[in-house]
Design a protein around this ligand. Structure first.
Ligand code: NDP
Ligand SMILES: N[C@@H](CC=O)C(=O)O
Length: 429
């Protein structure tokens, strides 16, 4: 039996998928139970130089025609359109689809899930979250018998690489982003990485699977790393922390202010240097999943780059090909719980507030009083003296976002406070 595979996109990931399909053909055939025949590769331009592994005779700019003659469509173009229309076309024709396109799934996954359900075809997307790391399948399938309470981790390789470079070599953000682009980690527009859009899309996908609830990227609280300075990174190190861009999705209990729901957020956070996430270097990703019965699980590996991502894509291709050969289908989207997606304020967090203050007696007491007035309890204070000013660092106990925002505003009105320099959440302590 032959399964016809059409690949849409021949960039960083597409090229490596083609390399594996070509060089591992015999093994893949044995595992899938069918020959995986690459019938075409859709690209934007036929003029672009390609890796020699790509047979130029297979290249086409007519992606629709390619979709119409494939049993399995592998979408590695990225972006919303024409990727969405091509995938819907493939699904309507009864082809199985595999995609790494988190931007599309995060923005409009439900349209694709519904179409795949209606057509009775497979929709697989392991590569869309955390590159090579098997994470979608464990959350979607292995934990289907458990109740996930929290997902927390590093899901963007580019920003982890950038923050790691800033911490270890003192590189500027722009220089490190350029290096990440050259290494094939960054999205076509690296703003998607730096501003946290990519991590937010992945967080939305993970939250939807983990909590059986539809979460779209617009419902994810998002802060990128664009405002993280070399000084923030140095201060973090000085005080025993590392700055990481974290994605957190959690189930929160009902309170007088809100019902039980889900909060999903992406933001830079201080992680204690002894925490396993602090040791995640370069473009690696790591994700903790906490579930009622399983307890804490940790997933770690290469979260970006052509070859690692191609591994996850090929895993999906072999799976859907097996279904073609032996019958059966992968899991369908489960959203029975339909929990409300709550504002970020519903998830209490600890904060580190760094401010420049006048170096004179009584300032500490004045500052502490402002925290107390807003109901924010202080866990630790540290002061670094300058000539006539000092940098004061306050780490809080768990506090609601709204109380912290009120505190920061009031601090800004104190004569003794010359400026609030940074407010960072603290996670994993
Ligand atoms: N890079 C990574 O580490 C990872 C990427 N992903 C995801 O994988 C997907 C691909 O990423 P990546 O390989 O980095 O992207 P690239 O930008 O390197 O490649 C995109 C490819 O798609 C083709 N393409 C784009 N638009 C069209 C179009 N309208 N019609 C036909 N072909 C088109 C391009 O053609 P041409 O070559 O002619 O320009 C190019 O070959 C994205 O969804 C990305 O988010 C997921 C995990 C990791
Ligand atoms: N740009 C992404 C690529 C993988 O998803 C990242 O840096 O993680």
């Amino acid at each position: 039996m032959t399964v016809r595979v059409g690949v849409l996109g021949c960039g960083v990931v597409g090229t490596e998928v083609i390399r594996l399909l070509t060089t591992q053909a015999a093994d893949l055939e044995a595992r899938a139970g069918a020959r995986l025949e690459l019938v075409g590769v859709a690209v934007r331009s036929l003029e672009t130089p390609r890796d020699p592994v790509v047979d130029r005779a297979l290249l086409t700019t007519d992606a629709e025609a390619l979709v119409d003659r494939a049993d399995v469509v592998v979408e590695l173009m990225g972006g919303l359109e024409p990727a969405r229309s091509l995938l819907l076309r493939a699904i309507e024709r009864g082809a199985a689809v595999v995609t790494a396109n988190k931007a599309l799934l995060g923005a409009d996954g439900p349209t694709l899930y519904a179409a795949a359900d209606a057509a009775g075809v497979d929709l697989y997307f392991e590569a869309a979250v955390a590159g090579a790391i098997p994470l979608v399948r464990p959350v979607r399938e292995s934990l289907a018998g458990d109740a996930v309470t929290r997902v927390l981790g590093i899901v963007n390789g580019t920003t982890n690489y950038v923050l790691d470079q800033m911490a270890t070599t003192g590189a500027d953000l722009d220089v490190a982003v350029k290096q990440a682009q050259e290494l094939g980690y960054a999205e076509a527009d690296p703003t998607a990485d730096v501003a946290g859009f990519d991590a937010a899309a992945k967080a939305a996908i993970l939250a939807s699977l983990a909590f059986h609830t539809r979460v779209s990227v617009d419902q994810v609280h998002r802060e990128g790393i664009g405002a993280v300075t070399a000084e923030d990174v140095a201060w973090a190190a000085e005080t025993g922390y590392v700055i990481k861009l974290l994605a957190v999705a959690e189930r929160v209990a009902a309170t007088a202010d809100h019902p039980q729901g889900v909060v999903v957020r992406v933001h830079p956070a201080l992680v204690p240097s002894g925490h396993p996430l602090a040791g995640v270097r370069q473009a690696f990703n790591a994700v903790f999943v906490e579930a009622d019965a399983a307890g804490e699980l940790m997933f770690y590996g290469r979260g970006a780059g052509g070859r690692p991502t191609a591994s996850a894509v090929l895993g999906d291709v072999v799976t859907v090909a097996r279904h073609r050969v032996r019958g059966g289908r992968g899991p369908i989207e489960s959203r029975y719980a339909d929990l409300p997606v709550l504002d970020v304020g519903a998830a209490p967090t600890r904060y580190q507030v760094r401010m420049r203050v006048a170096d004179r007696p009584g300032v500490l007491a004045t500052v502490a009083a402002v925290f107390a007035e807003h109901g924010v309890s202080i866990e630790a204070v540290r002061q670094a003296d300058g000539d006539d000013t000092a940098d004061l660092l306050v780490v809080t106990h768990l506090a609601p976002e709204s109380a912290l925002a009120g505190t920061v505003e009031a601090l800004g009105h104190l004569d003794a406070v010359h400026g609030v320099l940074s407010v960072l959440r603290v996670e994993g302590a």
